[in-house]
Unconditional design. Structure first.
Length: 414
């Protein structure tokens, strides 16, 4: 048997899933090498709960090694170069050659790309940022709080809205809601434009019902920390007391330098197979650019949102396709574009948006009524994700029983 080496770049959501699924599927002789620069992995959806004090930092992070199957070689190092011709990856811990490469390096945050933003704004888009913001929110006793989406695209299209609603709920619980003037600024025309105007209007209403002023079509140009004002293209400066930003996103430099990226910096892939233009190289998750049927302005194509739910589904497809290729079989596994999102609304309630993002002529997404069950679903997923791979099945069973008990429904799991 010819031994193959599969190298996975990035041990985040997509990288961990692809490594574990491949280890389950291919003969133990084949090497699976996962390269990750951080030793800890934090579960990003829980950053919102960390920010409002519903989680402690240690509850939502694990050593990457704890999340990968035995038999996955975890290489702790920074990817510094990808030589597609030589099929070699250069890292801070040495170089590795590959037969198959999976690029799952995610999106980086670039607060420095907007003047004044890095030094003025807090964020719940990083683990450390959410932990720090929790202190700032605790010390905030009133004034104008502005949440600003600094650029497009950004990961998890629901997160700024969830963050705003959880912050509104936090101040409500502390009896300070009337003293906090809460605003959300975004370059989008509506929340989650990819999901269509009906869903966007429903989310906008949910946000406004919580007395959060929604300001669409605001393109951030700069922040002045001295005057504590934010500037938007073609608008008068806006004053703030506390500024929270979703920083601009960009792809890691190493991907752009390798020639894998398009003009926008993201990696174009086949939307069904996740293959790049280069033989034996796949890309998944936030790093990819996948156009969808339909447009959100007459000239701007809709793109698949950057979300863990898609990174996860794509990782399973790529692992199965690589396993089939090693076995010399045609692979039936394709990415379908189905996805969902639990939208936290405060008071332990959440909405649920789900549907088919690759549907023709445009994505078909529905929003279910806000309720406690979606919130519980999100908590259950968090516990499942952070469980070690060997304990996942058992923890899922226990969690579903627990959830069913809370919801007073039968625990239906085969
Ligand atoms: C606040 C917040 C809430 C969210 N909520 C949700 C949600 O409810 N549902 C949902 O579906 N999605 C959610 N997301 C989005 C989700 O976290 C991402 O879409 C998902 O993590 C993408 O997976 P990925 O594997 O593409 O990238 P990542 O998970 O970001 O992993 C990329 C990995 O690559 C590593 N890396 C980068 N560069 C290098 C390098 N040069 N060398 C070595 N390693 C490197 C990084 O350290 C990282 O571990 C949320 C995100 C945030 C910020």
């Amino acid at each position: 048997m010819a031994v193959k080496t599969i190298v996975i770049l990035g041990g985040g959501v997509g990288g961990i899933v692809v490594a574990n699924e491949l280890r389950r599927l291919v003969h133990p002789e084949h090497r699976i090498v996962l390269i990750e620069k951080n030793s800890q992995h934090a579960f990003a959806p829980s950053f919102l709960w960390l920010m409002i004090g519903d989680r402690q930092a240690e509850e939502i992070s694990r050593h990457v090694q704890q999340l990968v199957h035995k038999g996955v070689e975890l290489l702790h190092g920074e990817v510094r170069g990808i030589d597609l011709a030589a099929r070699r990856v250069e890292t801070s811990a040495g170089s590795v050659t590959y037969d198959f490469l999976v690029v799952a390096l995610g999106a980086e945050l670039a607060p420095d790309s907007i003047p004044g933003l890095a030094e003025s704004a807090q964020t719940f888009y990083t683990f450390d940022g959410a932990d720090k913001l929790r202190g700032a929110l605790r010390d905030f006793s009133g004034g104008k709080l502005a949440i600003v989406v600094a650029g497009l695209p950004f990961k998890c299209p629901a997160a700024p809205y969830e963050g705003a609603m959880l912050i509104a709920d936090l101040f409500q619980r502390r009896g300070l809601r009337d003293k906090v003037d809460l605003h959300l600024f975004t370059p989008e025309p509506l929340p989650m434009p990819v999901a269509g105007p009906e869903l966007g209007s429903a989310v906008r209403k949910t946000v406004e019902d919580r007395r959060i002023a929604f300001h669409p079509l605001q393109k951030l140009t700069g922040v002045n920390p001295a005057t504590r004002t934010i500037s938007f293209e073609g608008k008068e400066p806006v004053a703030y007391d506390l500024l929270i930003a979703v920083p601009p996103h960009r792809s890691p430099r190493v991907v752009r330098e390798a020639g894998l990226a398009n003009q926008g910096g993201w990696v174009p892939v086949d939307s069904a197979t996740l293959a790049t233009r280069d033989e034996n190289v796949y890309a998944i998750g936030d790093i990819t650019a996948i156009p969808l049927p339909g447009r959100w302005k007459s000239d701007v194509p809709l793109m698949l949102p950057k979300a863990g739910v898609f990174a996860h589904a794509q990782a399973l497809v790529v692992a199965r396709r690589i396993a089939d290729r090693i076995a010399g079989k045609a692979s039936p596994h394709n990415f379908s574009g189905e996805g969902y999102c639990m939208l936290e609304a405060g008071e332990h309630l959440a909405g649920f948006a789900s549907g088919h993002f690759l549907a023709e002529p445009s994505p078909q997404i529905k929003l279910r009524q806000i309720g406690r069950s979606w919130h519980i679903g999100k908590v259950l997923f968090e516990k499942w994700w952070l469980a070690p791979p060997g304990a996942k099945k058992e923890s899922l069973r226990l969690l579903i029983e627990l959830g069913a008990k809370a919801l007073r429904v039968p625990a239906a799991i085969g």
